[in-house]
Design a protein around this ligand. Structure first.
Ligand code: ADP
Ligand code: MG
Length: 305
């Protein structure tokens, strides 16, 4: 009888088997493993979050946002949560598997992208951001490690991951699948969670600034820079300390854009509008989606001299 009861309880391990020996990736608070649904053989990604190291607010942040995104229909360029389990020692989040690696790994291996390739990928990033910002979500931890690529015959497809730092700013009165427990509103700061090298200058201000979608747009500006030039704009040699990076961002010490790099005027225009110091003047995801370089009008034509 007891065995029957145990059998009927739907635990993570009753539904999935996991390949623990080599994680797909690791992050700040847990590893991500390849797993397989026992009944279908389908491969997925397990994000295992040990309760011991995670405060509940942090985990709830990720869950709330993922449920909110799902309740709004999801988006083709956002990696979707399939299901979640609350196990004894861990939270188990099961995601669709993204098989093409991180954009970060791609940059390390192959260096900068061509303008045409970067434009095609960034169109998808802009579309995902336009969607999340439209439903009141800020990602707040955009960086090449959290942008993944799925391989297809028609080229790579972008999948944004890791809503562990995200925030839901507005709650449209739709219920939205958002759970009861809601963390307090957030102030934009370089101190909590997010990665210093992708924080906008206002994150280092002495006066408090509320977190909003303009922070994501700055981070995308840094990513565009990295995709086209192959290096981080504030950490060109990859050895600066966080303090030094913070100082460079605050003092706007952006390396000169038009020298040495054969970028098209249109690409430079996009980077400048995303890495705009004033968050109120910074380009929005909607504007980015319609920028001629992002739509492909100017990027694919440009031929380096
Ligand atoms: P953290 O919040 O700890 O940074 P992430 O959600 O970013 O966790 O996951 C850590 C790493 O695991 C990612 O950078 C990526 O390499 C890998 N990863 C995450 N989700 C997937 C997925 N759905 N498919 C394949 N790999 C993934
Ligand atoms: Mg991450």
């Amino acid at each position: 009888k007891r065995m029957a009861a145990e059998k009927s309880r739907r635990t993570f391990f009753s539904v999935y088997e996991v390949k623990f020996d080599e994680p797909l990736g690791s992050g700040a608070y847990g590893d991500v493993y390849l797993c397989r649904e026992r009944s279908t053989g389908e491969e997925c990604a397990l994000k295992k979050i040990p309760k011991e190291f995670t405060d509940r607010d942090e985990f709830q942040r990720e869950m709330n946002t993922l449920l909110h995104i799902r309740a709004n229909g999801g988006h083709p360029n956002i990696c979707m949560l399939r299901e979640n389990f609350d196990e004894e020692d861990d939270y188990m989040l099961v995601f669709d598997l993204v098989d093409g690696g991180e954009m970060f790994e791609h940059l390390i291996k192959h260096g900068a992208y061509s303008e045409a390739d970067a434009s095609r990928l960034l169109r998808q990033v802009a579309s995902a951001l336009d969607f999340i910002h439209g439903i009141g979500v800020v990602h707040a931890d955009l960086k090449p490690e959290n942008v993944m690529l799925r391989k297809t015959h028609g080229g790579a497809i972008i999948k944004l991951i890791d809503f562990g730092c995200s925030e839901i700013l507005s709650h449209p009165e739709d219920g939205g699948g958002v759970t009861e427990h809601r963390p307090p509103p957030r102030i934009l700061t370089h101190k909590s969670g997010a990665t210093t090298a992708y924080c906008p200058p206002e994150a280092f201000d002495d006066k408090e600034v509320a977190l909003d979608s303009s922070a994501d747009m700055w981070a995308i500006g840094v990513i565009v820079y990295m995709m086209l030039i192959g290096r981080h704009p504030f950490d060109l040699d990859c050895d600066a300390s966080n303090e030094e990076i913070a100082r460079r961002i605050k003092e706007q010490r952006l390396p000169p854009l038009n020298l040495a790099h054969n970028l098209s005027p249109s690409a430079l225009d996009l980077i400048r509008k995303l890495m705009e110091p004033d968050p109120k003047k910074r380009m929005t995801a909607h504007d980015m989606l319609h920028h001629p370089w992002v739509t492909g009008e100017t990027a694919s034509e440009y031929i380096m001299e």
